[in-house]
Design a protein around this ligand. Structure first.
Ligand SMILES: C[S@@+](CC[C@H](N)C(=O)[O-])C[C@H]1O[C@@H](n2cnc3c(N)ncnc32)[C@H](O)[C@@H]1O
Length: 245
């Protein structure tokens, strides 16, 4: 994922910005930070960021992308499915925890869900984004149709869903040209939220961003998500500890 990637920039970032409502000086934990694109974005807005990722190589890349003398981000190699490693990042240290496009890459999300409340400062929030569990899975098939209506040609696109309720691991395509198939851990919405709800977090805000209508560059194929203005390919969620106002 890169800063120039329209899925990140056009689709996710506006929702993340609204739900995160970052204030300068806040301390933020970026879980599964990858190459650090969101960490840098938050740091440029005055946040003090700790970025963690399972991949040593991606943490190296994230460090290398930090501008010399620029933003100071504390990058660490940490497995977000290791509750004791997560505990060492706290306690009650963060105004916000973010996890951008990574829960579906993790076979186990319970340890993260269990750790979030103790890592947050009172009044803190947890924001995550994920591929939409209904519409953007290995099974969901994009379909296009053409018909005549009142003497006019009508072209529509949609998504055909034939399975949803059973969580599963599936090999998929994260990026054209990827060196190996990408394992995804698909969970229906209730299974995605349940570990966090069980951990005394409550759903505080949810957005289902889609690409804006008529903003599609003409070189995009019919199955590009940018042509599906009525179908959200991702969701962005804010959760807060129960009892927080
Ligand atoms: C699609 S990338 C998203 C990266 C980043 N959040 C961004 O917005 O660009 C998913 C990331 O999750 C990381 N990841 C997967 N499992 C993880 C785990 N158990 N602990 C920490 N990071 C993990 C991967 O290494 C990868 O960097």
């Amino acid at each position: 994922m890169g800063e120039g990637n329209s899925f990140h920039r056009t689709l996710l970032l506006p929702s993340i910005e609204r739900l995160l409502a970052l204030k300068s000086g806040e301390r933020v934990l970026d879980v599964a930070c990858g190459n650090g694109q969101l960490s840098r974005w938050m740091s440029e807005r005055g946040a003090r960021v700790v970025g963690i990722d399972l991949s040593e190589r991606l943490i190296e890349i994230a460090r290398a992308k930090s501008s010399p003398g620029g933003e100071k981000i504390d990058y660490r190699v940490v497995d977000a499915s290791d509750a004791s490693a997560l505990r060492q990042l706290g306690p009650t240290s963060y105004d916000a925890i973010v996890c951008n496009m990574a829960l579906m890459d993790m076979p186990a999300i319970d340890p993260l869900a269990e750790s979030v409340p103790s890592l947050l400062k009172p009044g803190g929030r947890f924001i995550f984004s994920a591929l939409h569990p209904c519409f953007n899975t290995g099974d969901a098939r994009k379909v296009a149709s053409e018909s005549e209506e009142g003497g006019n040609l009508r072209e529509t696109v949609g998504v055909e869903v034939t399975r949803y309720l059973t969580a599963r691991k599936v090999l998929g395509l994260a990026m054209v040209g990827q060196p190996a198939p990408q394992p995804y851990f698909e969970r229906p919405l209730h299974a995605l939220l349940e570990p966090f709800l069980r951990s005394a977090l409550v759903l505080d805000a949810l957005e289902e961003p889609a690409f804006p209508k008529d903003a599609t560059p003409s070189d995009q194929p019919w199955y590009s998500w940018s042509r599906f203005a009525e179908i959200p390919p991702a969701l962005v969620v804010r959760m807060i500890p129960r009892g927080t106002t």
